[in-house]
Design a protein around this ligand. Structure first.
Ligand SMILES: Nc1nc2c(c(=O)[nH]1)N[C@H]1C(S)=C(S)[C@@H](COP(=O)(O)O)O[C@H]1N2
Ligand SMILES: [Mo]
Length: 510
């Protein structure tokens, strides 16, 4: 008799524990759906806890053995930890309900406990609510379903009812997890990246550049404005999961052929005079009319200021920029002297995927030299292969001018074609359009030169051209004229090794 009783008790606890685990999964899902991959997401504090609680030796050993799997592995561990802690809390709530023999008491208890723990961990009461409500809902649904289950015929009805109710709720939660994941992914980018200086809007200088770009832009369907939104700005790097480099842990050293080696931290960098400027990035590996080209308003410190303090030795001619992800690249000292150590993007703190906390921006050169998560500038005498140059690319130099066709709009009879053109430091002076396959050419309308006043004009412009189509099809071709009068190269080539060339064309059927 007593063994049967104790077995029944264990079975009950097991089913309660399963209910609690499902509620915990619902809490984490709700938290993700609300916060995406930001500090409001419960797994973020859990992962900080895991990393902080693990000795550095172990972290290094894990990184070494798991390599690029280390980040997803630690994420998984944090996820399991968050679910485990919440499971225990909900189980406690269910046990209290059983002990007090008060039907539905576990619902408010779960809501309270999950809310409190989440608010404590994330410091975000609203995100905590997004976790607490689904967890309490799971507990509530299981209780109601169990109480009204007409099908239980076995002698121990509570166990049997709970079992069915728990399983059904479990399946429902599982499908909700899918939806929560999709919602959370969507909510991950822009809004979760704080503004520089912690305000509720971009600082005034960044704001004025953003406003200028917004007012000067054409509204082209299917194409960005003059400044690309964070979250829509392309990202390319060698990582599956981006490095997480905290501001407080960041340091940059200027080493090699300098008189005085120099190391600065994030605070030092932020204390220096900064510039705000538009700069376009374009990946050398993209196809001619691809979208791996975007523009932001960047906030950063001129590298020249740091170089003046370190004093390059006479024989220094190049610099290798190193990053935490094992990526590196080489530019000339001259190019470094017009570069920036950037910590702000569109008035926000530089986002993780774009190199948080600090990246290099080298105006005018191909994307790959704009090293993200930068930690060292090593001055050397001779040119050296970068990460991609070791793999057969030649993409450290200045960009080729390009005009893209990104937008085709029909309004009644007229067709408006448009897109973006980028010419590096020289800027874009004109975009020529042909609607007859290159027989005759006219100049397209150009948007505002986004950085007219500064000494470099390293930003794209939009172009636009409307025409009344005649019978048949039209072969639209575009070509850019850069600020030095040079016309975009006509001869087509693939992107490897030094960037795609040719004129973009598109056939428009009437
Ligand atoms: N540390 C690091 N920096 C990097 C890369 C990288 O893989 N690792 N990729 C480069 C390449 S190929 C490009 S095109 C640009 C893209 O910058 P974005 O991701 O901010 O658009 O970053 C460059 N900087
Ligand atoms: Mo790139």
């Amino acid at each position: 008799m007593s063994t049967i009783l104790s077995r029944l008790t264990t079975t009950r606890i097991a089913w309660r524990a399963l209910t609690a685990a499902i509620a915990a999964v619902a809490a984490v899902t709700g938290s993700f759906a609300y916060a995406g991959l930001s500090d409001g997401f419960l797994v973020e504090p859990a992962s900080t806890f895991v990393v902080d609680a693990t000795p550095a030796i172990v972290v290094n050993a894990v990184l070494e053995t798991l390599g690029s799997l280390a980040a997803p592995a630690s994420f998984l561990l944090a996820l399991v930890l968050a679910v485990a802690v919440l499971t225990v809390l909900v189980l406690l709530a269910l046990e209290v309900e059983a002990y007090a023999d008060a039907q539905y008491l576990a619902v408010p208890l779960t809501a309270g406990a999950v809310w409190f723990a989440s608010a404590l961990a994330t410091g975000n009461p609203i995100a905590a609510t997004a976790a607490a409500v689904p967890a309490a809902a799971v507990v509530g649904v299981v209780s109601v379903a169990a109480a009204h289950d007409p099908l239980s015929v076995r002698r121990d009805r509570t166990v049997d009812r709970n079992r069915r109710a728990t399983l059904q709720t479990g399946f429902a939660t599982l499908s909700a997890t899918g939806i929560g994941y999709v919602v959370g992914r969507r909510r991950t980018p822009d809004s979760s990246v704080p503004y520089l200086d912690g305000g509720i809007s971009p600082p005034s200088e960044e704001q004025s550049l953003l406003t200028r770009a917004e007012n000067g832009a054409f509204d082209l369907p299917d194409a960005p404005g003059l400044v690309s939104r964070i979250g829509e700005f392309y990202t390319i790097d060698i990582n599956t999961i981006d490095p997480v480099l905290e501001r407080d842990d960041w340091e940059l050293s200027v080493t090699g052929l300098v008189d005085d080696e120099l190391t600065i931290d994030y605070e030092d960098l932020r204390d220096r005079d900064a510039d705000r400027f538009y700069s376009t990035l374009r990946c050398v590996g993209e196809d001619l009319n691809d979208r791996e080209m975007d523009t932001a308003v960047w906030t950063g410190v001129p590298v020249a200021d740091l170089l003046a303090e370190a004093t390059p030795a006479g024989e220094a001619g190049h610099v290798v920029a190193h990053a935490v992800d094992g990526f590196w690249n080489t530019i000339t000292l001259e190019e470094l002297e017009r570069s920036y150590l950037v910590y702000g993007m569109n008035g926000r703190v530089l986002p993780r995927e774009h190199g948080h906390p600090v990246r290099l921006i080298v105006p005018g050169n191909w994307g790959e030299v704009n090293v993200k998560w930068i930690t060292e500038l090593e001055l050397v005498a001779e040119d050296r292969d970068g990460y991609w140059e070791e793999r057969g690319w030649d993409g450290t130099g200045e960009v080729e001018a390009v005009a893209k066709i990104w937008s085709v709009d029909r309004d009644g009879g007229a067709v408006t074609v448009g897109g973006h053109a980028y010419g590096g430091l020289a800027g874009i002076d004109a975009v020529e359009v042909s609607i007859d396959g290159g027989e005759t050419w006219t100049e397209a309308d150009l948007s505002l030169e986004p950085d007219g006043e500064s000494e470099f004009r390293d930003a794209w412009r939009q172009w636009r051209h409307s025409f009344e189509p005649s019978e048949g099809s039209h072969d639209v071709v575009v070509r850019a004229i850069d600020g030095s009068g040079g016309r975009q190269i006509e001869e087509p080539s693939g992107s490897r090794p030094d960037g795609p060339t040719g004129w973009v064309s598109r056939t428009i059927e009437e």
